[in-house]
Design a protein around this ligand. Structure first.
Ligand SMILES: [Zn+2]
Length: 483
């Protein structure tokens, strides 16, 4: 049950006073709100909800690409789960969209017989996956020589007017570095998102990339790619890291390599998905929203356990803790499980269009697996920054540090929330997780429940419960954020 206990005097007094004496009296949280935040932290650390939610989503439904039957099942499941947590105003907001569907695909490397002349070419089937949005090859497939580039920068440096990519299959051997923050991904992912455009600009007939991932498993990492409609759209795929290394080794030998590619896929298939929404209703500022999000869809490989089943479980359980604690927040805390983050951000766009006139105090998204949160940053108006000192103090026992210097108020929230922050100038929250192992399984068949450590989930739940609560109680609006 929710009651209005903490409302009234404490919060209003806090708005005009500071616990720090002096000429400047910046707004501060009410002491009772900070105490409740600490209580929420302890309740959430004892959370037993997130893991069973993740188990259900992975085992009972599994992969749930937007618009699929499994996605529809996930939408129904999520509403039931959120109602089970006693959240209010649970609803699914329909969202028509056009989706891409994977079909069978194969890539065969035709290496020259190494030693003796006259030895027939060696054929090796590569472990591969089409990139999301890839066009198909003609039914008979494509066979061409490989034009190999060590990374995207090398392709960009190849003059389109005289490129050796012309008439060939470009292969971009972009490597990805393992980092705690995931910065290696941002540095490498351009090969996947821009590779087909840059290869087509240079006259290539198809493009392959080394998987954007940090593992050495015999699996390929998919993910969305893009086209420039003023250029030919060419088929695009990723190969496993070990197979990319085979290609690198053979091409270093100097003999021309050929590749045969067959790829089936459908684009622009009419479908429907939903944003699933639930609330911890606010009180005196109930028309303002603190958004804690995750995305319900996944790629079609694996179970979408870390991407983003974990986030779904974490923010849902956090809202469940807030509800169970029995104290109503001032602002409404809204869980949003976005549709189709992976291949188009349709859910985030539709949410923003629908709620563009609603004041959003903060938007955040858990979409980085289940690793522990280690850093807090944000992007809010300058006057609100000092409030985060108190937020950081409540989070400190969880091993979370407030980012330092410039990074402190330059937070980049998860992808759907980041889109909303940019489009609507809503303040953003980032709870940076340890992503050291996240890209071993990201967008692959290995993104399954078995690879999730359930022990780190309650720490995540605690971080989201604490930050959502304090954002909802804050004595001033967080927006508009600094640019
Ligand atoms: Zn994701």
């Amino acid at each position: 049950m929710i009651r209005r206990a903490l409302l009234g005097t404490a919060a209003f007094v806090a708005a005009g006073m500071s616990r720090v004496s002096g000429a400047q009296t910046p707004a501060a949280f009410a002491e009772a709100d900070l105490q409740h935040a600490a209580k929420l932290r302890e309740l959430a650390l004892a959370d037993t909800q997130a893991w069973p939610l993740l188990q259900q989503l992975c085992r009972d439904i599994g992969a749930r690409p937007a618009g699929s039957a499994a996605d529809a099942q996930a939408v129904a499941w999520a509403q039931g789960a959120l109602r089970g947590l006693k959240l209010q105003n649970v609803r699914a907001e329909p969202l028509p969209l056009r989706v891409w569907q994977r079909g069978p695909a194969s890539a065969t490397l035709l290496a020259p017989g190494a030693q003796e002349p006259g030895v027939p070419a060696r054929e090796q089937a590569l472990v591969m996956a089409a990139l999301g949005n890839s066009v198909p090859t003609p039914p008979a497939g494509i066979e061409a020589e490989i034009a190999w580039y060590p990374d995207l920068a090398a392709l960009l440096a190849d003059d389109p007017a005289s490129s050796r990519a012309r008439g060939r299959i470009v292969f971009i051997d972009q490597k990805m570095e393992r980092t705690r923050t995931g910065s290696g991904y941002s540095a490498a992912v351009g090969a996947r998102s821009m590779g087909p455009i840059e290869a087509a600009r240079r006259g290539a007939v198809a493009v392959g990339i080394r998987s954007i991932g940090t593992d050495r498993a015999p699996i390929a990492h998919t993910g969305a790619t893009r086209y420039d409609l003023s250029l030919p759209r060419i088929p695009a795929f990723a190969v496993s890291v070990p197979d990319a290394e085979v290609i690198a080794g053979l091409q270093a030998g100097g003999s021309p390599l050929r590749l045969r590619l067959k790829l089936e896929a459908r684009s622009d298939v009419d479908a429907i998905t939903h944003n699933v929404i639930a609330e911890v209703p606010g009180t005196d500022l109930k028309d303002e929203v603190v958004l804690i999000g995750a995305h319900l869809d996944s790629w079609d490989l694996g179970q979408g356990a870390q991407d983003d089943g974990a986030g779904v479980a974490i923010v849902s359980a956090a809202a469940g803790v807030l509800m169970a604690a029995g104290v109503a927040p001032r602002r409404t805390i809204r869980v949003v499980l976005f549709g189709n983050e992976e291949n188009g951000f349709d859910g985030a766009r539709a949410y923003g269009d629908r709620y563009k006139d609603v004041v959003h105090q903060l938007v955040g998204e858990s979409d980085f697996g289940a690793g522990p949160v280690f850093q807090l940053n944000h992007r809010v108006q300058a006057a609100a920054v000092p409030l985060f000192e108190d937020v950081a103090r409540v989070l400190a026992p969880l091993g979370v540090a407030w980012a330092e210097g410039e990074a402190r108020n330059r937070g980049g929230p998860g992808p759907d929330a980041a889109l909303l922050m940019r489009r609507h100038r809503w303040p953003g929250l980032a709870l940076g997780q340890d992503g050291s192992n996240y890209f071993d399984v990201h967008h692959t068949e290995n993104d399954t429940l078995e690879r999730v450590d359930p022990r780190t989930l309650p720490q995540n739940v605690a971080c989201w419960a604490v930050t959502a609560w304090l954002a909802a109680q804050a004595p001033l609006g967080f927006g508009p954020p600094v640019l």
